[in-house]
Ligand binder design. Sequence first.
Ligand SMILES: C[S@@+](CC[C@H](N)C(=O)[O-])C[C@H]1O[C@@H](n2cnc3c(N)ncnc32)[C@H](O)[C@@H]1O
Length: 345
Amino acid sequence: MSSFETANVYDNSSHTYELRQSTCKDEVQSKHRVLSFFAGCGGLDLGFIGGVRFKDEVLPEQPFHIVSAYDFEPRAVDTYRMNIGHHAEVKDLSEAEPEHLPEADVLIGGFPCQDFSISGPRVGLDSERGNLYMAMVNYMRYHRPKVVVAENVPHLAKIDGGSVMKTILFDLESAGYRFEMWPLFAPDYGVPQNRSRLFLIGVRDDIVGHPVMPVPTHKEKHRSIDWAIEDLERIDDETVPNQSQYFKAAVAKDRGRRRSQGDETCMPGVPSYTIRANSRSRIQFHYKLPRRLTVRECARLQTFPDGFVFPFSTTANMKQIGNAVPPLLANHVAKSIADFMENLL
Ligand SMILES: C[S@@+](CC[C@H](N)C(=O)[O-])C[C@H]1O[C@@H](n2cnc3c(N)ncnc32)[C@H](O)[C@@H]1O
């Protein structure tokens, strides 16, 4: 276990964003230990750490220390390590043995959702990917973290008339936990993008009470796509990282036949379409400019700080961004968990 925490921190004076290593051991030890499964590039984790800037606000720092984060996609781990910290490692969680993983107070993980997603091939629980939540269950049985945060798409609750969700909840609760479902609509929490996510919040059986679903902060005042990216309209180079990166096809290949998902033009004044991981070069068109959205614009719509750099091809970067939980939404969830844990003995 590392005694020190690393975090990518925005420096207000230099307007840069850099990896800092805290040398304050006491501060790290006073935080709740978190283990992150299926961490991707780290959207959920960044929200749990907090203390980073998104546009004019700084996400509140949360009392969590991420001990280790795992993903089996090396490029996602590279992005995580470059931007958040060196506690991320490449690991296939379908083969992980809990006894070889560190203990933690909180387990977080957006278990792979493609097989459940409305935009992915719906294979459900039969596939190996569909079963990966069992890696979380195995960890819970062995290490008994106090709180568990599992995340997926809301559609999960509807597959096969709800029977897939029922099985997943049964398996999670059989590990000795009580779960509640939080369906959260990201624009209600200040995210300038239409994105819904389902959080499954579990508390160990011997612990009284449950975290409270975060109260929406932007319910009647959703932030729009132009609020989020208007200042990037005149920038077409890398003075803002990833702003020159976009899918160049100006016109969709199947235009004239059927306008399919991803070929729409965004509307100003409202939140953007959902930023998808499986975009196959189809990221929606800018509301004003004759091109698709850039990697940076998509990162903004997901509430990543501008200094969070995606170092790969447009396709690989868009996949990592589209897979992520918006850090701002994750920060609201983390705050609710932190408030609950503050009162535990
Ligand atoms: C929905 S994404 C999670 C995104 C992340 N929560 C975030 O906010 O950035 C699911 C992740 O699970 C990873 N994954 C899929 N199968 C895996 C496995 N067998 N072991 C480890 N990671 C896996 C994928 O590479 C992907 O990054």
